[in-house]
Write a protein that binds this ligand. Sequence first.
Ligand code: ZN
Length: 93
Amino acid sequence: MSKPRAELGERREYFDYSKGRFRSRVKVAEGYWMRMNCARADVAAAEGWEAIEGKVVHHVDGNRYNDEADNLVAVTPDEHRRLHAGMPRRRSK
Ligand SMILES: [Zn+2]
């Protein structure tokens, strides 16, 4: 008996109780699932993995619970620091 295999890129959401929010598990290779924020998985699904490689997914409005496509942008860590330098201090990403 074998379970149907998950396709590469298949995504499953799960509730992360320690963070109090949903996160995604994405199958990136055979036998390897990567956990990431849903926002990150959204951008990867829309723009490809290259779009998020080495990048941080930033929430434009500062609300990390707002995972609407137009609120997400992939930026380098440097750009990300700059973006947050101009924002009110909040625990946001
Ligand atoms: Zn940010």
